[in-house]
Design a protein around this ligand. Sequence first.
Ligand code: CTP
Length: 233
Amino acid sequence: MKKPVLLITAGPTREPIDDVRFLSNGASGRLGLGLARVAQAGGWEVHLALGPVKADIPSDVHHHPFETARDLDRICAGLWPRVDAMVATAAVCDYRPESRISGKMKKSEGDWNLTLIRNPDVLERRSREKRDASGDRILVGFALESGAGEEEARRKAVKKSLDLVLCNSPDNLGVAMGDYTWIEPGEASIDLPNISKELLAGKLLEFIGTHVTSRRSHSVSMGNDEPESQKAK
Ligand code: CTP
């Protein structure tokens, strides 16, 4: 049987303003990297779409570097037919400058108003194609909330058809330990205070492993094992 395929998005996106400036955020990609290492060691075929951060990526992990949200969207769409599970840890900029100014924007006397337009929601787009010949793929998202976020996280879980959403706060961006709330739709939430990203990665892998095993056994019992379109190239 072929290895189950895990797609992880991680790190920040960078949305260029001109040739030297960009919009971005402080995501480190550490959680996604930790998950990639644990999953690769656990026998998964791992595809890590990683934004512009310094990282030591294990050689057996398939690395797909990206800069912008649109790059990330193209990478994920291209890999999608072979993916069993996706964990979206990337901190994607929801907006980008309407156009990239060529060269370096010179200052002038007045203010500068930058027009921002919407970026694709990468996870939501994939959720619209959640099902393949083997059944539903497993989708895990993160909800970055600055207020009382559980209700909002549950709303995102429904909107993006997530099997699990981890709610966290902007304080968790770029740090090694953080407070998370584990939310499976239809279940009570579980608080995970001050958990390391490595430990969280282990818990996540256990969750997706269990769900992917059940998806695959369903697929085998339906006579759908290893559809032609998903065979490793
Ligand atoms: N996400 C994504 N593409 C986007 C925005 C978010 O793939 N353009 C993914 C993130 O990786 C995360 C989940 O969707 O797993 C939720 O991201 P979050 O920033 O918390 O929420 P948004 O849906 O962007 O909503 P808002 O910014 O309004 O809170």
